[in-house]
Design a protein around this ligand. Structure first.
Ligand code: SAM
Ligand code: DTB
Ligand code: SF4
Length: 338
């Protein structure tokens, strides 16, 4: 049997691959080859956790967790075909198409989130991309939420020329736009917009000097290689995202991905650990999927380097743990909100 020291990979030697290394990242510096990330996944669990927790402690307060609250400001009726999403108009789910929420309701939700201890408020809209007339009220929401002393985040779909600059001007701190999966698996999940469309939006967010929140979903039937492929895309960006949401697919009846084989929970923890090791300075968010996740697995995710969560009983359309349940979990684990 191999001893653990034989199987531990020195990540310092992996981190500095030259530009000749083959990766699928379009732009960026090719710090990580997909096969090196797969090698991390393949480590004995304890060795992987040791590396991840070491990297985490070198870069962050190991017991601090950033707390964001999400609100769907425009729900349902979306023209896109994302195979996981209950808000796509073409799938028959329980989600109804609703008009944009009035600003006073959004601000009341933001105030409540702040009173409950959230430091960031993230507004989501079920759009392919915002129309200019739709963007105007969102700019107002961002300015008012920012004025409350909360960090602001928005996820509105693809951005066109000039829109990122308007969001920045309104006071937007973060823009969430996920790559969702590896380029090789992407076409199995979404056909109405390309991977390059997503990279282009991320570029305009960076150009406007807004922090990037970008991650993906696992448990959609992708292979471990493809999970590593997603992580490589993120870690090899010229500047890796400041915030990396790792979502576990929330299976919703009526969506094409409903009925996908459930992911082994340890594979989810491994993904968090690998994200932490490859993106040492990013906040890694334990995102969708917590409601069905045993608290022991969540604790392993925090140990593996997850240091951000969505807080509050709803994500966009699906459930999230009750605020009280999370408060108790933080107390049990000695975690504090940052
Ligand atoms: N419509 C915009 C867009 O897609 O860019 C913004 C909102 S969209 C719902 C934001 C992200 O939520 C998606 O990119 C996806 O990563 C995540 N998401 C959506 N449905 C999900 C589900 N059922 N399980 C896990 N994550 C999901
Ligand atoms: C992200 O990566 N996860 C959040 C947020 N960014 C917008 C969304 C999760 C959505 C889960 C399904 C739903 O509630 O509709
Ligand atoms: Fe629309 Fe976003 Fe859902 Fe895709 S993920 S169907 S773009 S709301």
């Amino acid at each position: 049997m191999q001893t653990s020291t034989q199987t531990v990979i020195n990540t310092d030697s992996l981190k500095h691959h030259s530009k000749q290394c083959s990766t699928s990242a379009d732009s960026g510096v090719n710090r990580w080859r997909v096969e090196d990330i797969v090698a991390l996944y393949e480590l004995p669990f304890n060795d992987l956790m040791h590396q991840a927790t070491t990297v985490h402690r070198e870069n962050f307060d190991a017991n601090g967790v950033q707390v964001s609250t999400l609100l769907s400001i425009k729900t349902g009726g979306c023209s896109e075909d994302c195979g996981y999403c209950p808000q796509a108009a073409r799938y028959h789910t329980d989600v109804e198409n609703e008009p944009m929420m009035p600003i006073d309701e959004v601000l009341a939700a933001a105030r409540e989130a702040k009173d409950n201890g959230a430091s960031r408020f993230c507004m989501g809209a079920a759009w392919r991309s915002p129309k200019q007339r739709d963007l105007e009220p969102v700019l107002k929401m961002i300015a008012e939420v920012k004025a409350m002393g909360l960090e602001t985040c928005a996820t509105l779909g693809m951005l066109k020329d000039g829109q990122a600059a308007q969001l920045k001007e309104a006071g937007l701190d973060y823009y969430n736009h996920n790559l969702d999966t590896a380029p090789e698996f992407y076409g199995d999940v979404i056909t109405t917009r390309t991977y390059q469309d997503r990279l282009d939006t991320l570029d305009s967010v960076r150009e406007a000097d807004i922090n990037v929140c970008c991650g993906g979903i696992i448990g959609m039937g992708e292979s471990r290689n493809q999970r590593a492929g997603l992580i490589a895309q993120l870690a090899n960006m010229e500047r890796p995202p400041e915030s990396v949401p790792i979502n576990l697919l929330t299976q919703v009846e009526g969506t094409p991905l409903h009925g996908t084989e459930e992911l082994d929970p340890f594979e989810f923890v491994r993904t968090i650990a690998v994200a932490r090791i490859t993106m040492p300075k990013s906040f890694v968010r334990l995102s969708a999927g917590r409601q069905s996740m045993h608290e022991g697995i969540q604790a392993l995710c925090f140990l593996a380097g997850a240091n951000s969560i969505f807080y509050g009983e709803k994500l966009l359309t699906t459930g999230n743990p009750e605020a009280e349940t999370d408060k108790k979990l933080f107390a049990k684990l000695g975690l504090h909100a940052i």
